[in-house]
Design a protein around this ligand. Structure first.
Ligand SMILES: NC(=O)c1ccc[n+]([C@@H]2O[C@H](COP(=O)([O-])OP(=O)(O)OC[C@H]3O[C@@H](n4cnc5c(N)ncnc54)[C@H](OP(=O)(O)O)[C@@H]3O)[C@@H](O)[C@H]2O)c1
Length: 301
């Protein structure tokens, strides 16, 4: 299969490339810095600066769209919001414009999204049948991102939307940021720690994206998180246990709100999300218990 990726140099993309290279697929990554692609994604992966560098005669079987500026890196000032929006929605529009020009079109577009699509869901259990609960900037971003990707259906593609939870990995992402404060014994719950955290082990995340890509009857949104979300307080405790450190120092909600503005909604709110459709369609999670996922990754943190 020839798979074209955006965001292929990121945490999830790099792991996907590793898996698909080992399975013998041909990979092309559209990147702002194509020269870095073979080093980050694997020898043999082609980096391109423009989609037009793919010849019209070169068959493309699948597109995986994950590019986007990091959402939790800094406060959502007006210019940051613009960048978060352009790097997902404008980029996806460019992808659609390119797909439209092609005579030969891929069978499937797998496009990124996040459980943040629902906004802060409080205690409500959220499946793919649930509407957004409380809109904030992050949910509006995900809603627009999904709606844009969905337009590829009119071009004849099957469209899969991956509503990703917090991806737990030993080589980047959320856990890498928590590593230092927790190792220093400064970890703990955020706010009152009651907010739900849908999480997914990177190994399961890669496997479920591959599952959805291969299954020709899969389309629409999928919650990509383990079947057992935990509250933030329980997450902090489990991470402390995996790193053999106490996790008792709470970070006051007021401090987060003052320092981060609306970005704090991402940390103080949450989603009790269930991967209902993946389970119905027969996907099996290897890590469905948080402690076993963290224990597996702790050696690499
Ligand atoms: N990791 C998680 O826990 C998580 C959870 C929910 C949703 N997601 C979403 O899933 C997607 C992939 O996640 P990830 O963790 O693999 O992301 P990541 O490591 O931050 O990588 C995202 C990729 O997007 C591209 N990118 C970054 N800034 C950009 C910009 N300003 N304009 C255009 N492209 C830009 C980069 O590719 P180049 O440098 O090659 O251009 C980068 O490698 C992201 O959109 C993320 O929001 C992730």
């Amino acid at each position: 299969m020839h798979i074209v990726l955006t965001g292929g140099t990121g945490l999830i993309g790099r792991h996907l490339c590793r898996r698909w290279l080992s399975q013998g697929h041909r990979l092309t990554v559209w990147s702002r810095d194509p020269a870095q692609v073979p080093r980050r994604c694997g020898e043999g992966v082609r980096g391109i600066a423009r989609l037009e560098d793919i010849a019209p005669s070169d068959q493309v079987d699948a597109v995986v769209n994950l590019a986007g500026a990091p959402i939790a890196d800094r406060p959502w000032t007006a210019s940051r919001r613009h960048l978060l929006w352009a790097s997902r929605i404008t980029l996806t529009e460019q992808l659609l414009a390119w797909l439209e020009t092609r005579e030969q079109r891929p069978e499937v577009l797998v496009s990124g999204s996040a459980v943040g699509w629902y906004g802060d869901g409080g205690e409500r259990e959220l499946t793919e049948a649930s509407p957004p609960v409380k809109e904030d900037f992050a949910s509006q971003l995900c809603i627009a991102w999904e709606e844009t990707a969905q337009r590829a259906q009119a071009l004849g593609l099957r469209v899969v939307l991956v509503r990703t939870g917090l991806v737990l990995a030993g080589d980047g992402g959320f856990l890498s940021r928590l590593r230092l404060p927790f190792k220093l014994g400064l970890g703990g719950p955020l706010g009152d720690g009651r907010q739900w955290m849908p999480w997914v082990h990177i190994e399961d995340h890669i496997a479920l994206i591959d599952f959805l890509l291969q299954r020709t009857d899969a389309s629409g949104p999928y919650n990509a998180c383990a079947p057992e979300p935990v509250r933030n307080r329980a997450f902090a405790k489990a991470l402390g246990r995996a790193l053999h450190r106490p996790a008792i120092l709470p970070v006051p909600a007021l401090l987060l709100k003052a320092g981060l503005g609306e970005l704090s909604t991402l940390l103080l709110g949450g989603q009790r999300a269930r991967p209902a459709r993946l389970l119905e369609e027969g996907f099996t999670f290897r890590f469905d218990d948080l402690q076993s996922a963290l224990d597996d990754l702790s050696e690499r943190l």
